[in-house]
Design a protein around this ligand. Structure first.
Ligand code: CMP
Length: 141
């Protein structure tokens, strides 16, 4: 079994609506294990740094405002083929386009307030894991 790691963030919309437990259960049912978790209210600088790749996009300032609007919950997740499997389980960015039963179809409000983030490549997963969990012990269960 070739297990790999990825990063997810339960965003301020879903976390504030009390959906963190439901979403974690959904992810565990899909075969992911939680390796590390935290609750964090991002500063403006942290949100800008995390989403730096989108800084030229028209939605950047709105995205930063949303991501700093309340606490969020970053989680380090593990399973086989973690990066593509997580993206499949969470669904399309826009909940209107997300497949039935995906996390975004169930919990997202809009393309921006879309409940959950997932790393888009193994390389970015390691960068994003380091952003929230640098120095954290990554236990093998
Ligand atoms: P995420 O997977 O975290 O990656 C970038 C985020 O930007 C995305 O989820 C959405 O929250 C947001 N986003 C992407 N495209 C748009 C858009 N067209 N309008 C508003 N927000 C967007």
């Amino acid at each position: 079994m070739n297990e790999t790691d990825t990063l997810t963030i339960i965003k301020p919309d879903a976390f504030g609506a009390g959906k963190a437990g439901h979403i974690i259960a959904h992810l565990e049912d899909a075969g992911f294990r939680v390796v590390a978790a935290t609750v964090k209210h991002l500063t403006l600088d942290e949100a800008r740094a995390f989403y730096a790749v989108h800084r030229e996009r028209p939605f950047f300032s709105s995205l930063v405002e949303f991501m700093t609007s309340g606490p969020c919950m970053p989680l380090l997740l593990r399973r086989e083929d973690a990066v593509p499997e997580l993206r499949s389980v969470i669904g399309a960015t826009d909940p209107a386009e997300a497949d039935e039963g995906t996390v975004r179809a169930l919990y997202a409000e809009s393309k921006e307030r879309n409940a959950i983030h997932a790393s888009d490549s193994a390389e970015n997963a390691e960068i994003e894991i380091a952003f929230f969990f640098a120095g954290t012990e990554r236990l093998r269960a």
